[in-house]
Write a protein that binds this ligand. Structure first.
Ligand SMILES: [Fe+2]
Ligand SMILES: [Fe+2]
Length: 257
């Protein structure tokens, strides 16, 4: 299966643009496949889930073809996992004006990745926050315990795209990959195990689904796996609402009946 793709536009109204940032063959030999996204409004950019060390050159190349990295205003991190933050040191150098946006729970941990982060990190309070990008707004939507205790999804109001962090993640087998969900029922097979083990709490999941339904997103774009659009957005939210995950499902899983 060919898994070589450069960036792909998810939204474009002339002044506001959203891109998925590509994939290169052999990335899955190094670790779980990850998605990175770029939002551009006017001459400002926000990089969503910039990613780990080995995807950096691919992401930088694809970002640079769309906007000079010096115009990146935000590096937005849903949580503190290595597949999300490990390239931060490099981004600091290539995007010198960008602020790091991450849950305030993780602000004091970030200097362990990049000592120069002091003064460049913006902690998101637990209830969320809004970030101005050009004439648009990106909203940090609480997603705590899904899976990190300080976790956010990011909602781009203009495009209606919700970047959902690890929620909606799918782990593909070696011979499989697609950018958009095509057969939802088939797709759940790639998501179920991940959500049951990595998501912490059914209560947290249901609260998140409730808050996301109010947003009425047009697309849900996770950090791993495929993007949900059209009717699959609703199908996905219904599926999440029916799941039992994490501490609510662990006992049988670990210790038997
Ligand atoms: Fe994670
Ligand atoms: Fe992840």
């Amino acid at each position: 299966m060919i898994r070589n793709m450069n960036s792909y536009p998810l939204y474009d109204d002339g002044s506001h643009k959203v891109y998925w940032l590509g994939i290169e063959e052999s990335e899955d030999e190094k670790g779980i496949l990850t998605n990175q996204y770029l939002v551009i409004d006017g001459n400002e950019g926000a990089l969503i889930e910039p990613g780990g060390f080995f995807v950096f050159s691919r992401v930088l190349k694809n970002v640079s073809s769309l906007i000079p990295p010096t115009q990146i205003k935000y590096l937005m991190y849903s949580h503190q996992d290595p597949d999300v933050v490990a390239g931060l040191n490099l981004w600091f150098e290539y995007a010198p004006l960008a602020k790091v946006v991450i849950s305030e729970l993780w602000v004091r941990f970030i200097p362990h990745l990049a000592v120069m982060s002091a003064g460049r990190t913006v902690g998101i309070p637990d209830r969320g926050a809004e970030f101005k990008l050009g004439n648009s707004t990106i909203r940090a939507v609480p997603a705590h315990y899904l899976h990190s205790p300080g976790n956010f999804a990011f909602y781009d109001e203009k495009s209606g795209i919700l970047f959902s962090s690890d929620i909606g993640a799918a782990a593909f087998s070696k011979d499989e990959w697609y950018l958009f969900v095509e057969d939802f029922d088939e797709h759940t097979k790639h998501m179920e195990g991940f959500h049951k083990r990595y998501m912490s709490s059914t209560k947290a999941l249901k609260a998140w689904v409730r808050s996301v339904r109010k947003l009425k997103p047009k697309m849900i774009a996770p950090q791993h796996g495929a993007i949900f659009r059209d009717e699959d957005v609703g199908r996905f939210l219904d599926w999440l609402d029916s799941l039992e995950v994490g501490i609510d499902a662990f006992e049988e899983e670990f210790y038997g009946d």
